[in-house]
Design a protein around this ligand. Sequence first.
Ligand code: SUG
Length: 456
Amino acid sequence: MSQMTNTDYREVNFDGLVGPTHNYSGLAHGNVASMRHGGLVSNPREAALQGLAKMKALMDAGYAQGVLPPQQRPDLGALRSLGFTGSNREVLARAAEEAPQVLRAVCSASSMWTANAGTVTPSRDAPDGRVHFTPANLQSSFHRFLEPETTGRVLAAIFRNEAHFAHHPVLPATPAFSDEGAANHTRLCGEHGDAGVHLFVYGRQAFGGDPAHEPKRFPARQTLEASQAVARQHGLAAAQTVFAQQHPEAIDAGVFHNDVIAVGNGPVLLYHEMAFLDEQATLDELRAKMATPLIPVRVPSEAVSMDDAVASYLFNSQLLSNSDGSMTLVVPGECQEREAVWRTIQDHLLAGHNPIGEVIVKDVKQSMRNGGGPACLRLRVVLSAEERTALTGRVLLTDALHDELAAWVERHYRDRLAPDDLADPQLADETLTALDELTRILQIGSVYPFQLRSSS
Ligand code: SUG
């Protein structure tokens, strides 16, 4: 083990590159943006460039920025497993004819929301001093259930060095262990390199839960049992964890992940009063376990209604640490469009007694229409300097990498995609060509099914 101090640790935000099949198919039940925008024409090129612009802006502002590749879509292997046979073109044509909804699902670019890629425990908190990863099973929806296998391969390719990184199996993909990854996990601490307390927020208890405390309208995507299993895999002790139930009314209002209603960073927990079923008990337990004083920043319903919270994605902001101890909040453009939200940011957050000293507004509208804000688009990985050096591939953003990726997007992406276009076999060919080139740009080796097997 090295003798590094905690100043060597930095949070690296690994954003998901938006894939070439980004589209609006209305696939996500309980995600009101996805439900509302199903059928619209998307612009995959603009979506990918918006994502890259966010990454570049944060890199330029001095934050460590990483990038994760999109997945192979359409997922031809999934179509074959469902009984579609023949050449790739025949498989696509039959799926379009016989099961258009299935075809839409296997074309989703949903891996862009890397907050759902998995759960990560920094080495500082793990008993073996390694960074721990568990890809999320995402079993709540078919289109996202397709992600974990490739996610696991991508994470294992980038965080390959076994002296520093440990990879755990995906939890059993069954409702009792429904897991949506870091979107329901917040690490609270002093500085990133200090010991942290892990707040796991779940929507439902699979075994012995009280049905009266479950949402009625929309599904709860994270179970207590899944969160407990991830904590166990990573070796986290009871003194390092807090398990809190999400408020069922929030889920029914469209808060399908905790990161749509709360965000934490360092000792700050910014949350809406409807985030937790038992707000006081959650704060009390965090205070009891944290080594530094918790700084709760509570937003009441009178300031921001649930509807405004869900429509603006105020809480799906990134909260980033600056070297002077202040924090920057990266909010989606939709926050400016809602007067109550914008006023709360100015009067309550920026002017309040808390470290939030700056707000950056980023336009990620293409992703937002599918219910993915700035925080959904990134997986936070706290890494020491040594761990950053141990990464495999060219995945930490630089000006040169940004420019290459932007040029790659311009070369390969369409600027218009309607759900019916997903049946176009040309789109599948374009995508494979683009992804093959991407793995060379990122230098991560073969991670896609079509690179590993000849038939898919
Ligand atoms: O799982 N949307 C994603 C959005 C995920 C946002 N992530 C976080 N909150 N961390 C979801 O609901 C919509 C895809 C479509 O409709 O085509 C979708 O999957």
